[in-house]
Design a protein around this ligand. Structure first.
Ligand SMILES: [Zn+2]
Length: 306
């Protein structure tokens, strides 16, 4: 899905460039080489006297006249630029020699011409500014710009001491084990780390400020309630969870078999799909407090999209 929309964005850009080039070509003055060689006014008068001018076209613009024409011998094209006041004499001379004269009006320097010539550039600059604005991760961004923009990334970490005779809850799931975390709430390290990762990505503080352990309201609270609350914080900011990845570090018990149930429970609390949550388990190889079974820890990262 992601590569599909990226390809579509690239195609869209290529199309924009082609359109700009075509517009530019259309608005640009005609090919200069078709005008032939530039000559001076007196040369032209001399050639007119020699009856060596086959035909001419007079391009009339606001400030100057340009005469384009063709010599008989040798057949070649020429053009001459001149002030307006030279035109009557020249035209008279051409008429006397029976040279066919065409006149064309050129709106050079008028607003129409400026607009026609500058339009592709104006469009391109306007579109560029529009794109840059849309690229920002924010509520105003279009769906394709949102996909193109880098997601917001958050990191979370938690650790709890383990003591005998306490319930062990990890990822919202209670596990049969002789020890459990020492905590004001249910001490769910995994949920706490994920809350912090999500809040961090949203720039919305951390679990300690949102659910202070001095508040009796959170005594023994299920950490899934924290997750639900974090989900509403994200919704208020119009942020969507992309993916969550977490590692739980505990010497015992084996957590892997409980992962499907944990993902299900946490996904339900966050109103996302279990597939958006990835869980891994590690031991601490018998070293440090975690390795000795005195503590349990978790690391989590989360991405948010606008
Ligand atoms: Zn905690």
């Amino acid at each position: 899905m992601k590569s599909y929309s990226t390809a579509r964005t690239i195609l869209f850009w290529m199309l924009m460039v082609i359109v700009a080039v075509v517009l530019w070509k259309m608005a640009s003055p005609s090919d200069q080489s078709a005008r032939g060689r530039e000559i001076i006014y007196s040369d032209l008068i001399a050639q007119v006297e020699k009856e060596n001018v086959r035909e001419v076209t007079l391009y009339i613009s606001e400030y100057s006249y340009e005469l384009q024409g063709e010599y008989r011998e040798p057949t070649s094209k020429f053009f001459v630029k001149m002030p307006k006041e030279f035109a009557p004499d020249l035209l008279r001379a051409l008429q006397q020699k029976g040279v066919p004269i065409r006149t064309m009006e050129v709106y050079q320097g008028t607003w129409t011409s400026i607009l026609l010539n500058g339009l592709p550039i104006i469009l391109l600059v306007a579109f560029w500014i529009f794109m840059v604005r849309q690229m920002r991760v924010g509520k105003g961004a279009l769906w394709w710009a949102r996909r193109l923009a880098l997601p917001r990334l958050g990191l979370g970490y938690d650790l709890h001491r383990l003591e005998y005779g306490r319930k062990l809850i990890v990822g919202g799931i209670e596990m049969p084990f002789e020890k459990g975390p020492v905590s004001h709430s249910d001490g769910d390290v995994l949920t706490h780390a994920i809350c912090d990762a999500l809040l961090g990505a949203a720039g919305a503080g951390d679990i300690g400020t949102l659910f202070p352990d001095t508040d009796p309201k959170w005594k023994g609270a299920s950490s899934l309630v924290f997750l639900k609350h974090v989900a509403t914080v994200l919704a208020e900011r119009k942020l969507h969870i992309g993916h969550i990845d977490a590692v739980v570090i505990a010497e015992r018990p084996k957590l892997g078999p409980h992962f499907p149930a944990m993902r299900e429970a946490m996904a339900r609390a966050l109103q996302i799909k279990p597939a958006q949550i990835s869980l891994k388990a590690k031991t601490n190889e018998g070293v440090d407090a975690v390795g000795r079974g005195e503590a349990i820890a978790a690391h989590a990262i989360a991405t948010l999209e606008a």
